[in-house]
Design a protein around this ligand. Sequence first.
Ligand SMILES: NC(=O)c1ccc[n+]([C@@H]2O[C@H](COP(=O)([O-])OP(=O)(O)OC[C@H]3O[C@@H](n4cnc5c(N)ncnc54)[C@H](OP(=O)(O)O)[C@@H]3O)[C@@H](O)[C@H]2O)c1
Length: 340
Amino acid sequence: MSELGFGVVGTGFIAGIVANAIVAAQGARLSAVSSRKLANARQFVAERPGTEAVEGIDTLLAREDVSAVYVATPTSAKEAVALAAINAGKHVLVDKPLLDAGSAKRMTDAAAEKGVLFMDATHFVHHPRTAAILAAAPKKIGQTKSLHTTFYFPFDDRENIRFDLSQEPMGAVGDMAWYSMRAIVEYLRPAGKFDKIAVVPEFDAATGAVIRVSGLVGFESGEASTFDVGYTAGTAIMDLSLLGTRGMITMDDFVLDWNDSFAFNNADIPAGYTHRAGMADRAAFEFVETPSKTSQDTLMIQHFAEMVAGGDRRAFAASAEASIATQTLLDAIWLACQGR
Ligand SMILES: NC(=O)c1ccc[n+]([C@@H]2O[C@H](COP(=O)([O-])OP(=O)(O)OC[C@H]3O[C@@H](n4cnc5c(N)ncnc54)[C@H](OP(=O)(O)O)[C@@H]3O)[C@@H](O)[C@H]2O)c1
């Protein structure tokens, strides 16, 4: 397989993480990085030899060695950048969240029309643990009925984009509840549409940004999901419980595995999930290891490159549908947070 040349838009926090994943990934190459200021791009590539620094998106998109664009800008800028890239015939990896489901639809429709891949940059779906759980769940826990997720990290930097409504309008809802909603899409897979939403949001007094939200989503087919996310718990929490008719699967690191993700790297904590069924006490819980030699962010890039190489339009459509479904749930929560 020839290497897929990536261009990165943005030089901030997550751009650095994913640029390193592109460098580490098989089947991908980091060709160029664009910034609104050339000096930023130059600084970014200084520790990534062989990568070109360019100013502005148009310069990046004109490059023949860029076949795919990773969009690592604030959410307010993502659609314009992604549409420009798609119209230039580039495959796009767009970081989460999206502005709203309408924006997701415009980008995914444009990508489908051009025959290019649209993927959102949700890392956990690419860890082999996710596929392992999906394969094992019917036998181990039966029919899935409810999902409970908690995702917090301590954060109060009011200079950060997460506290700026013009850049990240959904604040912690977009940043953190994205993962809870994606877990619904990946693991709960409700048969029907959502018909109940209840939320308890907390807004930052200084900036007006949402910093915490607890809530419930119910589906007409009977499944339900509770979620509790934000920056205010004083510790990192990444708990997930998936309850079926015959048992339960749990993780305490469902977003970023403790073993080898961009935030954690502890070889002593194996990646995996816990399964329990019947009247098992804690000693009888089963821990199922799902080891991965490659971190989930690098796997995301490898899967992206493999999908591009495969050219399967049904796979492209499934990727787009997962983004739209996640964002549609997120929009509903956000509307409820605003009392609408
Ligand atoms: N998937 C994940 O695990 C993950 C993790 C963290 C963040 N994220 C998401 O990624 C996004 C970026 O987060 P971050 O923490 O990396 O933010 P950040 O550190 O502020 O970086 C954003 C970068 O985007 C560029 N930028 C800013 N405004 C722009 C505009 N109007 N047009 C084009 N480029 C612009 C800037 O680079 P230049 O100044 O050089 O142009 C800036 O460094 C957020 O939406 C966040 O939710 C995802």
